[in-house]
Design a protein around this ligand. Structure first.
Ligand code: PEP
Length: 253
């Protein structure tokens, strides 16, 4: 069984000093919670400060994106090699980037490969829109994004990755997937990851659910068989809530 895993995506929130203060609160709030991999993903400009604040703690730092190329003329972009040493994780293929910035599976796949080659663990996000769910296409869309995102990876590389299922209609809307919907899709994701690697490897890949995870629904979500953890947006900016969510996943057996 994969380790319990909770990651906070701060998105484009917090100034540099707010990020450091938030990291400090989380460091004391999360102290003593064992058995859960804890990751926070601040904006790029705060990564170094947050990493310094968290040095010596169990909390890992992740980036919210990176480029697929290792260097060069890509104005405004950040390479994996620049994150190495600060970040252990990177969120890739977030639906906000797919939707607002037009990121496609092949580009996301190139980033996933570069992250793994750089020694940074990718958190590959997949998820359908409301329209796709209403049209009965959710499973096919998620399967396609998984196949696209993990294309060409060896079984060992898949084992070093994390997958987050984030239905687009549940992100930032306060409308989380029902536990039944989440379990159904997470089961399919586990199966597909297994088909792309092996059943044994798939059972070790942390599968996260994301989309309006909060202090009210986290315990129920944490009880689901194929859900190893959560990718938390809004609630990750509230230290008490993020700590409560992390504790909930710590109860998972
Ligand atoms: C996210 O953007 O990754 C996310 C899950 O956001 P929220 O928890 O706010 O829905």
């Amino acid at each position: 069984m994969a380790n319990a895993f909770v990651a906070g995506n701060w998105k484009m929130n917090t100034s540099i000093s707010e990020a450091t203060m938030l990291a400090r609160s989380l460091r004391s709030g999360l102290l003593g919670i064992d058995g859960v991999t804890q990751v926070i993903c601040p904006p790029f400009v705060s990564l170094a400060g947050v990493a310094a604040e968290l040095a010596g703690s169990n909390i890992k730092v992740g980036a919210q994106n990176m480029h697929s190329e290792i260097k060069g003329a890509f104005t405004g972009e950040i390479a994996g090699s620049m994150l190495k040493g600060i970040c252990d994780y990177v969120i890739l293929g977030h639906s906000e980037r797919r939707q607002l910035l037009g990121e496609m599976d092949d580009f996301i796949n190139a980033k996933v490969r570069t992250a793994l080659e750089t020694g940074i663990t990718p958190i590959l996000c997949v998820g359908e829109t409301l329209e796709q769910r209403d049209n009965g296409e959710a499973a096919a869309i998620v399967q396609g994004q998984l196949q696209g995102g993990l294309l060409g990876l060896s079984a060992e590389q898949i084992e070093q990755s994390v997958v987050a299922y984030e239905p687009v209609w549940a992100i930032g809307t306060g409308r989380a997937a029902t536990p039944e919907m989440a379990q159904e899709m997470m089961g399919l994701i586990r199966q597909e990851v297994g088909r792309l690697s092996s059943v044994g490897i798939a059972s070790n890949v942390p599968l996260l659910y994301g989309g309006s995870v909060n202090t009210e629904n986290c315990l129920h979500l944490a009880s689901l068989k194929d859900l190893d953890g959560a990718l938390v947006g809004g609630a990750s900016l509230k230290p008490d809530d993020f700590v409560a969510i992390t504790k909930a996943f710590g109860t998972r057996i």
